[in-house]
Design a protein around this ligand. Structure first.
Ligand SMILES: [Zn+2]
Length: 434
């Protein structure tokens, strides 16, 4: 080899090294753990019965949210720790989101102060025209989701108890009574109302027997029969309702009706407690483990980018105020050490939590948790059943617990829409429910 050939060889070697580096080094990809098999390496981490999410669908939100608002909502509403930054790499003008394994989605931010309307099927109060006199809910599309299934499924779904010699208490039946009372009240105010379920049968076509295989492969562990039942009444049922809400009903808001309870122990010899309480649940407070699941990260982002939170907070605040006015129930207190709930705006009645229903329904979800079914007072009122007018129950003359619930919910909605839809545009800014 002549001395003149040495620089040429060095250049060749250098070029080869650069090629090898480019082939094997992808600087932006996270280093994956050694895969057990190629198929396993590609499988995204998913919640029970969740389909692989369509990340491309989120491209429609490109340029619709400012950087400051994006970070604020993730920090203050949707998560409980800064660990979300492992999945969302925020730059000056865009965010790079870890999507399915090996894939990323890049979304550009809108300039600060920009008011681009996010694409969505539901309408916030700002998008609704002024309402005619006496019909503040005119044209508002509302879905009422009576929580749980009830009927012959109540014992399986563990929302049933019965004191010896008394009537059974079954949440899924009670929420349906409230739904049927609330529907005509909201229609009188101008709303178009759809019940997500009309009877005490499941919306899903799946049954526990068909979910045993999924139960066996579930990470939860334990009794397969019980796991399959839970996958049926909790997971498959709510996923079926979400499909109905998102694809067919497409409402402006969903009302999720529930009755709360404290631990009652043996359902045939339940414990009654002396106090009751009330709170409303907004979507948020995703734990680090939940943000790490591909489908939950996708759904978090969908809710955030659609602007669900502000509308949920406004309506929930108005409804909570009406409930407190009518019932004087104290707020439910979350364990300050619990890492799965966040208070909203300092209102003691509003809490952000990541529940399957408020995560999956792609619109503002007004999620009610009033009363304690096994409190002495509310239990006596449930035993009295539904009735018109006032009656002496548990030492007070009062309406039935079901009518009180429906009336307070209707009042909170009426006030929210009435304030925001007055014909005078000068009143448009007076939306704050206080
Ligand atoms: Zn419930």
């Amino acid at each position: 080899m002549t001395t003149r050939a040495i620089p040429f060889c060095l250049a060749l070697l250098l070029a080869a090294a650069v090629l090898v580096f480019l082939r094997f080094h992808r600087p932006l990809e996270p280093e994956p753990a050694p895969p057990a098999s190629a198929a396993q390496a590609k499988a995204p981490a998913l919640s029970d019965l969740a389909p692989i999410p369509d990340w491309d669908a989120l491209r429609r939100f490109d340029g619709t949210i400012s950087r400051a608002e994006f970070i604020r909502q993730l920090d203050e509403v949707f998560t409980v720790s800064p660990a979300w930054r492992n999945w969302f790499e925020v730059s000056d003008d865009h965010v790079r989101i870890h999507a399915n394994p090996g894939e990323h989605l890049v979304l550009k931010f809108a300039p600060d102060g920009s008011t681009a309307q996010p694409p969505r099927t539901w309408r916030s109060i700002d998008q609704l025209p002024p309402a005619p006199e006496g019909r503040p809910l005119d044209g508002v599309r509302i879905a009422i989701d009576a929580g749980h299934i009830g009927g012959r499924w109540g014992k399986m779904e563990e929302r049933w108890f019965q004191l010896p010699g008394m009537l059974p208490v079954q949440e899924g039946d009670m929420t349906l009574i409230v739904a049927n009372l609330l529907k005509p009240r909201l229609e009188d105010l101008g709303a178009t109302v759809t019940l997500v379920r009309k009877d005490t049968e499941p919306v899903t076509a799946l049954r526990p027997e068909r979910l045993r295989e999924e139960a066996a492969s579930s990470s939860a562990g334990g009794d397969i029969v019980k796991l399959a039942e839970r996958l049926f009444y909790r997971t498959a049922e709510i996923r079926a309702r979400a499909q109905l809400v998102n694809e067919s009903i497409q409402p402006d808001i969903v009302l999720c009706l529930h009755f709360n309870a404290d631990a009652w122990g043996d359902p045939s010899l339940p414990t009654l407690v002396p106090h009751h309480h009330f709170h409303m649940i907004l979507n948020g407070g995703y734990t680090d483990d939940e943000v790490a699941l591909t489908d939950q990260r996708h759904q978090l982002l969908t809710n955030l980018l659609q602007g669900v939170h502000d509308e949920e907070a406004g309506i929930s605040r108005s409804v909570a105020a009406a409930f407190v006015e009518r019932t004087s129930m104290p707020p439910y207190r979350y364990d300050p050490l619990a890492r799965n709930a966040r208070n909203v705006d300092g209102d003691p009645y509003l809490w952000a939590r990541n529940l399957l229903a408020n995560r999956l329904y792609e619109c503002p979800v007004i999620y009610f948790e009033p009363y304690v079914m096994n409190s002495q007072e509310d239990h006596a009122r449930i035993q009295a059943g539904d009735y018109e007018g006032l009656r002496e129950v548990a030492g007070q003359r009062r309406p039935s617990i079901f009518r009180e619930y429906a009336d307070a919910a209707a009042l909170g909605l009426e006030r929210y829409y009435e304030r925001g839809r007055r014909p005078d545009p000068a009143n448009k800014s007076v939306i704050s429910p206080e």
